[in-house]
Design a protein around this ligand. Structure first.
Ligand SMILES: NC(=O)c1ccc[n+]([C@@H]2O[C@H](COP(=O)([O-])OP(=O)(O)OC[C@H]3O[C@@H](n4cnc5c(N)ncnc54)[C@H](OP(=O)(O)O)[C@@H]3O)[C@@H](O)[C@H]2O)c1
Length: 283
């Protein structure tokens, strides 16, 4: 990635014999309609984001690609992630799916390609993973990872292919802190990326512990939650289509949470999912 004047730390991802750097704070576009994605991503790039997280199933890769085509930023200044959907797992289907995604995005390669869900009933994630590694060697992706993998799925990849994902993108917010998975990631050089990092803008942002810290620091509850993610080492990809929120969610490098704040937020864990359980989600 080119040197740019950004406050966002770069996080190293394993990628074959080298490493690739992902910005620790990026921009997610789940539920942004294709027709609105170009404007949303353009607003995010203008606010300073240099990482965009989309997926084939979001149906907005073309809109994201439009923003990438419109910007004056160089391709290597923007980190682009997309994902192979469950129906396209398996060797040939995954190859075809990446080609389709690249076509919509208007790119020769993505920076990170992820398996979207393990889909245990389908039992194709090991072959899909081998395909992602081959596509990386071919230069169609720079790094390979997964989403929603539990320890048992990761261990199976290790046993059957000898290589673990560089990153696992999982549901993670103050009400679902994923301690066991984060420890496994840390022990195995896997980066943790948090999806629904703001708890989808719901109850988490009204929690008295969060609002209390926000009031004391003179920041928003979302900024407190994002700062918590950054300080515990997560890569984080908040979504917003609201220009003011896009900006304020990026403005999280001018203050710090204390150890006491971090402890108080740690105490909020309820093991409460907003999305499906990866062990049983076979959709
Ligand atoms: N791999 C997976 O399976 C998976 C699953 C889910 C999500 N993801 C990725 O993770 C990204 C983020 O997750 P998410 O979209 O589920 O949820 P999120 O980022 O936790 O929350 C987004 C919601 O919060 C609102 N919001 C954003 N900033 C706010 C602020 N400062 N104050 C109050 N509300 C705010 C947004 O509203 P407005 O947009 O109206 O401003 C939106 O409704 C997704 O976009 C996607 O890229 C991946």
């Amino acid at each position: 990635m080119a040197e740019t004047n950004t406050p966002v730390p770069a996080v190293a991802l394993r990628a074959g014999s080298g490493t690739v750097e992902i910005p620790q704070l990026g921009y997610g576009v789940w539920q942004v309609p294709d027709a609105e994605a170009a404007e949303a991503v353009t607003n995010a790039l203008d606010a300073g984001y240099r990482s965009v997280d989309t997926a084939a199933i979001y149906g907005n890769e073309a809109g994201v690609g439009q923003a990438l085509a419109d910007t004056d930023l160089a391709r290597d200044e923007i980190f682009v992630t997309t994902k192979v959907w469950n129906d396209d797992q398996g060797t040939d289907a995954t190859r075809a799916a990446l080609d389709t995604s690249l076509g919509k995005l208007g790119l020769d390669a993505v920076d990170l390609y992820l398996i979207h869900w393990p889909v245990p009933a389908k039992d194709a994630y090991v072959d899909t993973w081998k395909t992602l590694l081959a596509l990386r060697e071919e230069g169609k992706t720079r790094a390979a990872g997964v989403c929603n993998f539990e320890v048992e799925h990761l261990q199976r990849l290790q046993e059957e292919t000898g290589e673990l994902p560089a990153l696992n993108q999982i549901e993670l917010h103050p009400y679902l802190q994923q301690r066991e998975l984060r420890e496994f990631h840390q022990a195995n050089d896997i980066r943790t990326e948090a999806w629904s990092p703001l708890g989808q803008g719901g109850e988490v942002l009204q929690d008295p512990v969060i609002t209390g810290i926000a009031d004391r620091l003179g920041v928003t509850p979302a900024q407190v939650v994002l700062r918590w993610h950054l300080q515990i080492g997560n890569v984080v990809i908040p979504k917003s289509v609201t220009p003011e929120r896009i900006k304020s969610n990026f403005d999280v490098f001018g203050f710090e949470l204390t150890d006491e704040d971090l402890k108080a937020i740690e105490g909020l864990d309820r093991g409460e999912r907003l999305g499906p359980d990866p062990k049983t989600f076979n959709g």
